[in-house]
Design a binder for this molecule. Structure first.
Ligand SMILES: N[C@@H](CCC(=O)N[C@@H](CS)C(=O)NCC(=O)O)C(=O)O
Length: 225
């Protein structure tokens, strides 16, 4: 049995952090078993003791590999890159690696956490925000984060429409973060018209069948159409 046979992903179909890890697994061609954790059913399975035993923070995703439970999507992706190095998920050289990590962190550290389910729920329960106000909040922070990413990517890609990947010549950690954030952007109705580099990269990544199969709607726990 190869090491990859023992990968188990605990995630939720619409979770952008879970989507990041699915993309990394897809790009590396790694087989894995999915164990869906509903963030909605019964107040959220992620908050219950059985899941917290695996992930004390009570957030998805968790990746279990050979008995080791790993949390935090960026840490998981870097772990996968170290244990299964081909194809790599970081570009060549320190400059490009720093760029890829910066894009990933704008999204995973400075954007997604402000618009995740827990924050939006707290806006409602503590401050009385309604659906429209919560959506407006999410849209604002996603728009702000993606505008910064677009500006960074334009520095990498002088001809935005020809951009294929965030950094370098193959999909990286940065692309694993970009696609889920754009999915969220579309969900909340952000305006991506002035983001030609992001749109070109997403369109290019969309040609890859493995990447497409990692999309939220294609997951076993997604609502049936
Ligand atoms: N920094 C974490 C974020 C994990 C996270 O926020 N997961 C969300 C789904 S994308 C979650 O579990 N939300 C449940 C909640 O907020 O109650 C990572 O990158 O893995």
């Amino acid at each position: 049995m190869s090491a990859s046979d023992e990968l188990v992903l605990y995630g939720y179909w619409r979770s952008s952090a879970s989507y990041r890890v699915r993309l990394a697994l897809a790009i590396k061609g790694l087989a894995y078993t999915q164990r869906p954790v509903s963030l909605i059913a019964d107040g959220g399975e992620h908050k219950k003791a059985p899941y917290r035993a695996l992930n004390p923070q009570g957030l998805v995703p968790t990746l279990v590999h050979q008995g080791l439970a790993l949390s935090q999507s960026l840490a998981i992706i870097e772990y996968l890159d170290e244990v299964f190095p081909d194809p790599p998920l970081l570009p060549d050289g320190p400059r490009q690696r720093a760029r890829a990590r910066a894009v990933a962190q704008i999204i995973a550290s400075d954007t997604a956490p402000i618009q995740n389910l827990g924050v939006l729920t707290r806006l409602e329960t503590s401050f009385g925000a309604d659906q429209d106000q919560k959506a407006d909040w999410a849209r604002h922070w996603i728009q702000t984060g993606l505008e910064a990413v677009e500006a960074m990517l334009q520095a990498e890609h002088p001809e935005p429409q020809k951009a294929r990947f965030c950094v370098g010549h193959h999909p990286t950690l940065a692309d694993c973060c970009l696609l889920p954030q754009v999915y969220n952007a579309e969900r909340f109705g952000c305006d991506l018209a002035d983001m030609p580099t992001i749109r070109a990269i997403c369109a290019n990544l969309g040609h890859n069948e493995d990447i497409m199969n990692a999309q939220p709607d294609k997951q076993p726990d997604a609502p049936k159409q």
